[in-house]
Design a protein around this ligand. Structure first.
Ligand code: UTP
Length: 444
């Protein structure tokens, strides 16, 4: 792109000021800025500006929202779901989809969160636990489970390098597909793109909802189709307890002919900061904890919280549903943040929020699903995210939960371990107690 083309593109979305410092830029800065402008889609910029003017994701009136019917599978129903899921896995119709493009700002780790060392004994990274589960599951059912990993521009190279340096954790590289999410420019209240240096536009990742456009753009959706994938298991990078491609969940999704299925767990307290699915105006939608009143959060039915369940972002999607949704625009959510900006040619770091970042959320496609399904699970078995450096949902709580899960697995296989004993089990060695028994595990 040359200067004239850049001017034209910026004029098309009312952002000519982006070139304000052009004259003072070096050759390298000029070409970097032109590359940024070339990557900007005027339509998206206009959508961001429109979102600031009230065209973003609409607030939901949850006052009449109904709690969804959540299945708790047991006995014959559980066996039916597991059998259906196993059929999918044996037919090679299941893919794993990981969103790992986040910035991990709360954890404060300088690198992709997936590379964060979490193994209580080995120090293995989060990616290890995900990839080794996929490996174990695909060995068990005799078909590859292709692994689609969404990164961001900021962490793609380091993510790919982490996989390469670890031999793809045993997976066949041809079954691992990295793709990069989009970035949006930050904007002032009045819809002007923010420069965070005289020759640089401030950009931030477009949220986990950026997944749909990225799946399409990268060819990942086509790749899934070519491989005959029907069910896509979605999960987040920070939860090493997640049971990836769990047959019961995949099977329940298929039996329910669902397009979007969600695993839900009972909230730890009524005000836990998790989203909840609700039936509002005849459609299921994810309601943020901020969109509920205190009374609603506390409402009870039969001694239990009425809105008992929260979503830890563990989903199964129908591939064709993802393809249908990828062709549509998604609502934008605004976050008012401190964004460095340029004033009089100098970079200023504001003390207070001054500009907007824009994000898309994957669960915004829930209302568009022709059928949705909800499955309960026990939090202690499958959800312990690494969000914060300390306190709740930190590496320390996560490692303790990982250890406790392995100790339960060993106990189920008839092996008791002293509480003080450090524990770690490679998922590719044993996914569950049955694997331990099959391997004739003997300790010490
Ligand atoms: P979080 O909302 O926890 O964000 O992401 P984060 O970036 O990991 O952490 P903070 O908020 O900065 O501390 C939930 C999941 O969505 C992914 C993350 O990688 C994580 O798996 N995500 C989030 C993306 O892939 N892209 C995004 O733009 C945002």
């Amino acid at each position: 792109m040359n200067l004239a083309e850049a001017k034209k593109r910026l004029a098309a979305c009312g952002q000519e000021h982006v070139l304000e410092y052009w004259k003072g830029l070096s050759k390298a800065e000029r070409s970097a800025l032109l590359a940024q402008v070339a990557a900007i889609d005027p339509k998206s910029v206009k959508a961001c500006a429109a979102a600031l003017g009230g065209g973003g994701a609409a607030a939901v009136d949850t006052s009449r929202g109904l709690a969804p019917k959540v299945a708790e599978l047991k006995g014959a129903a559980l066996a039916r779901a597991v059998a259906a899921g196993e059929r999918e896995l044996k037919a090679g119709r299941v893919a794993a989809l990981l969103v790992a493009g986040g910035q991990g700002s709360r954890l404060g780790y300088d690198g992709p969160k997936g590379c964060y060392s979490i193994g209580p004994v080995t120090g293995a990274p989060l990616f290890h636990f995900h990839a080794r589960k996929i490996l174990a599951r695909s060995r068990r059912y005799g078909k590859p489970i292709p692994f689609y990993v969404m990164t961001s521009e900021a962490n793609n190279a380091a993510t790919v390098e982490c996989f390469r340096a670890n031999g793809y954790f045993g997976l066949d590289p041809k079954d691992v597909f990295f793709f990069t999410q989009g970035m949006w420019p930050g904007m002032t209240k009045d819809g002007k793109i923010i420069l965070d240096a005289p020759g640089h536009i401030f950009m931030s990742p477009d949220g986990h909802g950026g997944l749909l456009a990225a799946l399409k753009r990268s060819g990942a959706l086509d790749d899934m189709k070519r491989r005959g994938i029907r069910s896509v298991f979605f999960f987040q990078v920070d939860n090493p307890l997640v049971e990836i491609a769990d047959p019961a969940f995949v099977g329940y999704h298929v039996l329910e002919r669902s397009e979007y299925s969600l695993k839900l767990c009972a909230k730890r307290d009524p005000f836990e900061k998790v989203g909840m699915p609700m039936l509002v105006g005849g459609r299921y939608r994810m309601v943020e904890y901020t969109e509920m009143t205190k009374e609603q959060c506390l409402r009870k039915k039969g001694g239990k919280l009425y809105y008992l369940y929260g979503s830890p972002a563990i989903h199964v999607f129908d591939r064709a549903f993802l393809a249908r949704e990828a062709a549509k625009a998604m609502p934008l959510h605004l976050a008012f943040k401190k964004i460095p900006y340029v004033a009089g040619g100098k970079v200023v770091k504001p003390a207070e929020p001054n500009g907007y970042k824009f994000e898309k959320f994957i669960f915004d496609i829930l209302p568009n699903a022709r059928r949705a399904a909800f499955l309960a699970f026990a939090q202690k078995d499958e959800f312990s995210p690494v969000k914060n450096a300390e306190g709740n949902d930190s590496p320390a709580t996560c490692r303790a939960d990982m250890r406790a899960k392995w100790a339960r697995m060993l106990a189920a296989a008839g092996v008791k371990v002293p509480e003080s004993m450090p524990l770690e089990i490679d998922p590719a060695y044993a996914l569950d107690a049955d694997d331990l028994v099959r391997r004739g595990l003997v300790l010490g």
